[in-house]
Ligand binder design. Structure first.
Ligand code: FAD
Length: 483
């Protein structure tokens, strides 16, 4: 089969949407379109379990959106992306391929053909590659400090981005797309993305709606009901105080331009401080990409190389207790169980559990990064790696290592009635605040009436807070002294 010379193959990856999708809209303006998703072997190997589930749903959703234009998504797989692409183009006489710049490709934990390597291979095969922008507000190499280098500190980076926010305009979905008819799409179910034996995805499906519609529903609900008060409420895991846009942004079901533009339209209708804090969070995502662009090994290598000498402990039992939410610290356990059940964890609690792993348990941040990568629906190479390095103290512009979150005080402050803990740690559901956050200190009568037996119905603390804190400080002191 051979298509008209103005036919374009649009390859989707982390841009699973039809609106504000420049690769798609530009191709649709030029002529007939074939929309494809390629599952190459390195991509499949790099996806965590929760991401696979999300991707399956999101591809179905995109296919349905394209069907409304009279087309659909062609699914292709192969060991090597370039080989698969070139074979498909040659078989169908296609000489134009467009896609959105893939900024996560820099990450060494998802090693795939980079955009420039892919472009060179296509050009060798006489296929024109065109790369559009849209995964990020900025292209990582395009923002520089006054002295011409990359940013390592967030606040000055924000100041530059802040000046540009008004320029960010999103495009509507194309009015019309003419699809070239293709055959040979693989069957999504044959890709094995959705879990079957056992199918553990029910709890994810109960809380998420992957796809463009779900993304815009979350954005609209947040702008209407969550933006006012965001500056304070975003720290409260017991409230629905954040947008829950992260998996949608990670898969590109909504673009950051769309989020910024919609948020700025609320100016004057919501308190300026709440709006600014939300915009700053979106820009943290940008900053994470700015960092991973500087250090592609961000998920596996300390940004601050002095941490290469840090004396991490080795304790599989402690890691297992942390992963399973059985540390005996209710706020940590609630977070880890929220993650396992819903594929997501509140940002404040991510910081608490990450601090607990790296400081109280003295376990290497990379073990936490890997667990999050496998279990988060929003797992993102840049934000996950930079989040872990920020908490552990090894990152750029990181929280200082000696700042150790106290899991009890954090819980009392941000989950004052204990409702968050009650939701995810049902064995403590009958305990009252403040004891729900430190059940080992509760009087016997309190424990008896709540049906809690420490060490039996709920674990005793895996480590004493004061001891864990001191051990972490000593390790940090050793690092400093050995410098
Ligand atoms: P909102 O508060 O509504 O924020 C809006 C958007 O801003 C988010 O969707 C996200 O895209 C961005 N954002 C907010 N905070 C951050 C941040 N600190 N860093 C980068 N972007 C941010 N975020 C991910 O998207 N993927 C990850 O894999 C990830 N791993 C993390 C690991 C650790 C240890 C920590 C501390 C944070 C991590 N984050 C990650 C950042 C943050 O926790 C989530 O983005 C946030 O909880 C998502 O919820 P939301 O969409 O309701 O956020």
């Amino acid at each position: 089969m051979s298509f008209a010379s103005n036919t374009t193959l649009v390859v989707f990856e982390r841009d699973l949407r039809v609106a504000d999708q420049k690769a798609l809209s530009e191709a649709a303006k030029a002529g007939p379109v074939i929309a494809a998703y390629i599952m190459d072997a390195p991509l499949k190997a790099s996806l965590g379990g929760a991401q696979k589930w999300w991707l399956h749903q999101s591809l179905n959703s995109l296919d349905a959106s394209l069907a409304e234009y009279g087309g659909g998504l062609t699914l292709l797989s192969g060991n090597d992306r370039a080989v698969t692409l070139i074979a498909f183009c040659k078989a169908n006489g296609i000489s134009n391929v467009d896609w959105t710049a893939r900024n996560d490709i820099f990450a060494t934990n998802s090693p795939r053909n980079t955009d420039s390597a892919l472009t060179a291979k296509l050009e060798q095969a006489n296929i024109k590659a065109t790369i559009h922008h849209g995964q990020l507000l900025h292209e990582p190499a395009s923002i520089r400090t006054g002295s011409g280098g990359p940013f390592r500190v967030y606040t000055p980076f924000w100041r530059v981005m802040e000046q540009r926010l008004e320029q960010f305009k999103a495009e509507p979905a194309p009015e019309k797309i003419t699809f070239a008819q293709t055959s040979g799409s693989e069957d999504l179910s044959s890709w094995g993305l959705s879990p079957t034996k056992p199918d553990w995805s029910g709890t994810l499906a109960a809380v998420w709606q992957p796809g463009e519609t779900g993304a815009h529903n979350n954005l609209a609900a947040f702008l209407e009901g969550g933006l006012t008060g965001y500056d304070e409420n975003r720290n409260r895991p017991d409230m629905a105080g954040t947008s829950r846009l992260s998996p949608h942004l990670a898969f590109g079901e909504i673009s950051p331009y769309q989020v910024i533009e919609a948020a700025l339209k609320r100016r004057g209708k919501v308190p300026a401080g709440d709006l600014e804090t939300f915009l700053k969070e979106i820009v943290w995502r940008e900053f994470s990409y700015h960092l991973i662009h500087q250090k592609p090994g961000l998920a596996t290598e300390n940004f601050n190389i002095s941490f290469d000498r840090f004396p991490w402990a080795s304790d599989d039992k402690a890691l297992d207790a942390w992963q399973k939410g059985m540390t005996g610290y209710p706020i940590v356990d609630a977070g880890m169980r929220e993650l396992y059940q819903t594929g997501w964890m509140h940002n404040r609690v991510r910081m608490i559990v990450a601090s607990f792993l790296t400081k109280h348990l003295l376990l290497d941040w990379r073990a936490g990064e890997r667990w999050f990568w496998d279990t988060l629906v929003d797992a993102d190479p840049a934000s996950n790696a930079s989040g872990w390095q920020w908490v552990s103290g090894s990152g750029a512009d990181a929280s200082p290592y000696f700042r150790i979150f106290n899991p009890i005080l954090q819980a009392e402050k941000f989950d004052p009635k204990g409702d968050y803990v009650r939701k995810y740690v049902p064995e403590l559901a009958k305990m009252r605040a403040p004891f729900i956050h430190k059940p080992w200190e509760a009087p016997d009568m309190e424990l008896i009436s709540a049906g809690v037996r420490i060490g039996s119905t709920y674990p005793a603390p895996i480590i004493d807070h004061a001891k864990g804190r001191q051990r972490a400080l000593d390790a940090y002191k050793m690092l400093k002294e050995s410098a």
